[in-house]
Ligand binder design. Sequence first.
Ligand code: IVH
Length: 682
Amino acid sequence: MQEIDLFADEKTQLLAEAEQLRAEIRHHEYLYYVLDTPEITDSEYDRLMLRLREIENSYPDSIPADSPTQRVGGRVDSQFTEVKHMAQMLSLSNAFSLEELKAFDERVKSGLPAGSAVEYVMEPKIDGLACSLIYENGKLVRAATRGDGVVGENVTANVRTIRTIPLTLKVPEGEAVPELLDVRGEVYMPRQAFMRLNTARAERGESEFANPRNAAAGSLRQLDPQVTAQRALSFFAYYIVGENEQPRHSDSLALLNKYGFKVSESYKVVPDIAGAWEWIEDFNAQRQNLPYDTDGAVLKVNKVSQQHMLGATGKDPRWAIAFKYPPEQAETTLEDIDWSVGRTGVLTPTAVLTPVRLSGSVVSRATLHNEDFIRAKDICIGDRVVINKAGEIIPEVLRVVLEKRSPEAKPVEIPTTCPECGWQVERKGTEAAIRCSNPHCPALGREGLIHFASREAMNIEGCGPSVINALLDANLVRDAADLYSLTKEQIMSLDRMGEKSADNLLAALQASKENELDKLLFALGIRHVGAKVARTLALRYGDVEHLLAATQEDLAAIRDIGPKIAESAVTWLSVPSNRDLLERLAAAGLKMSFTAPETSEANPFFGKTLVFTGTLPTLGRAEAKTMAQDVGAKVSGSVSKKTDYVVAGEEAGSKLDKANALGVKVIDEATFLAMLKGEAEK
Ligand code: IVH
């Protein structure tokens, strides 16, 4: 008797331990897959799973279907059975322009009582396939593809393998578990998993998937869930239909989030169609950086009572629409090639194109990089070319449409003389660049001055390329030192320069004198001396005098400075005209030394991790980053639980949302600057 009781006791204990392990594993899976902020290592996770499997193997009759060990296990019949959706799975109609969105907004308003205000929820349109997940009493019981919207295919066994889909809803203690929940969302394959899959398929001689969407669909329709499990599919939840629908769509998204689903971090409630358009433009700049493909935005009327009033036409709701971004590629004619001379004397070719719409703007120029690029792509003048644009980057010629090459297409002539001064050009050794051989080419002076005044260098506000050109044309300046002896009258003699602009420019020049030595060294445009090298030199030598006394060997001995940089810097500093320039700049009152910032443990940012997002009102991103690093902060590109501060400027997007979601402290530029000076957090 005694013995049996003991066994029973042990079983109870082990089953309790198993339940405890499941809760722990679910928690860690949620942190890892949904929030992307794991707290334990993979091997610690494996250990928990191993222990759970061990117990479950001893009591195979007591394994619940929603145990983390049971994701892969179900069977798919030789055919996927058909299932009727509880509520029709609607599709979306499309809009391609602001006008079409405004028309949609009008249609929405005309379907509602006069004067109704309409808020929209903006979401990314994920490029995958729609799925309906049915939860009964908190347990996932069925998953189905859209099919024709009325009847879909039962893909439950495969969907269970997707780790971002909870097998049991995460209902907080004390809250009622919904009896029935129909969650709609998108099954998709992250870009990286897609590329890995295709590489592996190509290696095995199998056909590759055309895009992540096809790969996701193919993976979900595998007869063997083991295969689906290896395909790294994911899921974004974006809709609750029928029972448990919330008063506003944004409430539904919040509820889905709470239940443990992954909900897009980029979603936002906007007050009207103008706000919707702003979000669309904003998101377009960010979406390339997301780890998955999006092909547009979805606008949904936020108030569910309004959604019900509007209803649907056939397959599409009247309360939602998809906005499709224009393709990132376009075809046009390359009319000519422009060769321009940069501040180092390099001639850079730019394609002059027949204007064409691309990613929401009209493009008429694209970079061609250098002669080798033109040769490698076999580019001729008059060719039809495909151009693309990724994010903010200047458009680039991807390829020539050879089938469309006309007999009149002319081979590109590489210039033999400089377009600015007519001197011979040269191409040295293995360099791809061709350069003007005239050390006094006017282009060098002009581009050098533009660089000197630019934001990253001396940051002289109001002294952009057009002002520099005007100053040069009027013979008021020849080099950087001349800028500092300009008088108000001289500046006012330029076209479109009033008294106010002249005062501002003089003030900006005055302020630039206070820049630390690293800015000046960078501004001088010494070959191979970028912002980072300039800083290293300024830090090491402290002032110009010590730097001038250094030899090439001294410089090359510094970490991060190679022989090429050392040679270039020392040579530049030894040229009499350059020394003269430095002297004149010093005489004009420019700071010629470097005050190393204090890295003090007392600074509130010391040892903290910061993330910058959005456009800061006065500081450039690189500048802000260096300032933070100078006081001993770490600067990271992405927000996680480990982030201490997010410094947010205008148009901060998903990083700010994530910071808010994780409860990370968000500060503005003013607070950042105050704290840098050692002031305590406000
Ligand atoms: S809502 C009534 N939201 O786009 C609700 N769909 O072209 C209908 N899609 O079938 C869907 N991201 O597969 C919605 N955030 C999102 C979406 C989204 C992708 C897909 C979905 C739908 C298709 C319509």
